[in-house]
Design a protein around this ligand. Structure first.
Ligand code: NAP
Ligand code: MG
Length: 514
């Protein structure tokens, strides 16, 4: 399969800098490590792709079988780091969606909707275990298809996806404890549409609670990252899940729209952009369909002067450069208290110089490939716009691979609330930085945005954390950490970031009537 070119990469090594201290770097030579005055060399450490199997062509997964699309059309899925085709997947149309939804409805009526929770749980556990057994394969395919560093797909996406199945398997026979003195009933067929930033994890967020509560599913992955969902279909087949309980259909936006508009769909679970979320809300208005919408974000990441600065800088890096900034809850607006701004920015710039951008399959890589050519063009548009708006752009000096879609980690200084780079979701490794003096000011600025998905606070004072968490209009607020996820915690937004919660006991609510 994929071959990775052996290259030698350099990583800048910098000493800890105290405020006001001159930057001097001593040259030392250790065994096996070439240490020059600013850099040492890392040999590439590519994850092997020999153990994975990707078919040349994938069909639609409907009623427990892989079936040809009625259009007979297929489209390519490419690796954003090599620009090469990996495989081709079926392009569904309305006829296929009708078949998938009817299969899900039949499975709901005849088997899954009637099955006792403890029996459903066994299937969900089995899916979790099979995923876990093939975790390495999933991680490699996720990085190849979507561009994220193997370190993230291996340590975050895949384990979390498995854990969602394990967690919700545990709820399947305990729904009366989740909803005491109520009688939770499944809704029927759930139409689920997911984006490209966490392909397998988003599929797990959607499928696991739906199955635990007795619903059946038609899921559509994003057009640029369909492969791990199709591998999941193979696992579902292997698990012996009754035919039609989960159907996975690939295609473009019109496929998503066909699912949303199908009269036999009882629930729409969507994660994606705010414009498509608004379209879905209009489409289902006046119907009995339930919906949960997880949409865009523009999180405020707030650093107070009593924060542990070095940890906070790591938090900032993790908040915006993690997964190339392709994170709905990315800490894309940084608010630093004025008296420490200079120091924080200095340390941040130094840390940015150490980030390695490149081959997603290399275990050294910090920042992988931007998911698609279109997304890279969108990010570049915002980089130009930010400069035109008068902000000062700083990018790390790292080299970018000559092939593939890559973007240097970028920060904008001297931004203001009215700048579009501050107000709009960029969905790339781009951070807009502002300063503040008082708590009231930062709350006002943080909330002055159409989104309300997440926020982060760094301070030594618990009272400040509690004060802010009650006043920030964000579904998730992290304190002295960032981008931490857990299947037991609910996740979701306020305002234009959507409604409904996924994860935790709250994640069951969107799939039942009480
Ligand atoms: P997107 O363009 O809205 O696409 C999301 C999904 O919807 C894709 O599968 C897409 O299919 C499908 N779709 C497109 N048009 C549709 C329509 N008219 N009806 C139904 N489905 C349709 O979003 P994206 O660019 O893939 O993902 C990035 C966005 O997702 C960002 O805004 C991000 O903040 C958000 N996001 C939110 C969360 C959260 O939990 N709040 C999590 C992750 C991402 P195609 O791929 O074929 O176009
Ligand atoms: Mg792809």
């Amino acid at each position: 399969m994929a071959t990775t070119k052996q290259t030698t990469r350099t990583k800048t090594v910098l000493p800890a800098v105290k405020s006001g201290q001159k930057k001097t770097v001593k040259s030392t030579t250790a065994k096996n490590v070439r240490l020059t005055n600013t850099t040492w060399a890392y040999a590439a450490a590519p994850e092997s792709a020999d153990h994975i199997s990707i078919k040349e062509q994938y069909d639609l997964f409907i009623n427990g079988k892989f079936v040809k699309p009625s259009s007979k059309k297929y489209f390519a899925t490419v690796s954003p780091s090599t620009e090469k085709k990996i495989s081709e997947v079926a392009e569904a149309n309305e006829k296929d969606i009708d078949l998938a939804v009817k299969s899900a409805k039949a499975a709901y009526d005849t088997t899954w909707g009637k099955m006792p929770g403890k029996e459903r749980a066994k299937y969900i556990y089995r899916i979790a275990r099979l995923m876990q057994e093939r975790a390495r394969e999933f991680a490699v395919i996720e990085s190849m298809d979507g561009g994220k560093p193997i370190r993230e797909s291996r340590d975050i996406d895949i384990p979390l996806a498995c854990n969602h199945f394990f967690y919700y398997a545990g709820w399947a026979d305990k729904l009366e404890y989740a909803f005491p003195n109520r009688h939770p009933k499944p809704l029927g067929v759930a139409g689920q549409i997911i984006p490209w930033n966490f392909p397998l994890l988003m599929a797990a967020w959607k499928i696991a609670p739906a199955l635990a509560t007795g619903n059946t599913v038609v899921l559509k992955p994003a057009e640029t990252t369909p492969l791990t969902a199709l591998k999941l279909a193979e696992i579902i087949q292997e698990s012996g899940l009754p035919d039609g309980v989960v159907n996975i259909v690939t295609g473009f936006g019109n496929v998503g729209a066909a699912i949303v508009n199908h009269p036999l769909v009882n629930k729409v679970a969507f994660t994606g952009s705010t414009p498509v979320g608004k379209y879905i809300q209009k489409a289902i208005a006046g119907t009995n369909k339930k919906a949960t919408l997880e949409l865009g974000g523009k999180a405020a990441h707030i650093i107070f002067d009593d924060a542990p600065i070095d940890q906070a800088v790591e938090g900032i890096v993790n908040g915006i450069f993690f997964n190339q900034g392709h994170v709905c809850c990315a800490g894309s607006r940084l608010f630093v208290q004025e008296n420490i701004a200079e120091l924080v920015i200095k340390k941040l710039k130094r840390r940015m110089e150490t980030l390695l951008v490149g081959d997603p399959l290399d275990k050294n890589t910090d920042i992988g490939a931007i998911n698609s050519k279109e997304q890279l063009a969108k990010i570049k548009h915002y980089l130009n716009l930010g400069q035109k708006e008068g902000a000062e752009m700083y990018q790390s000096n790292c080299a970018l691979p000559s092939k593939g879609y890559f973007c240097k980690p970028t920060i904008f200084l001297h931004t203001s609330q009215s700048h579009r780079i501050v107000q709009e979701e960029i969905f790339g490794p781009v951070l807009a930085i502002q300063t503040f003096r008082t708590i009231e000011e930062v709350i006002e600025k943080a909330n002055n945005i159409p989104y309300g998905l997440s926020a982060g606070v760094w301070t030594d004072k618990g009272s400040k954390i509690f004060n802010l968490t009650s006043k920030l209009r964000a579904g998730v607020v992290w304190a002295n950490t960032y981008n931490k996820f857990d299947p037991t915690s609910p996740f979701g937004g306020y305002k234009e970031s959507g409604f409904g919660r996924e994860g935790g006991i709250h994640g069951l609510m969107g799939y039942v009537t009480l």
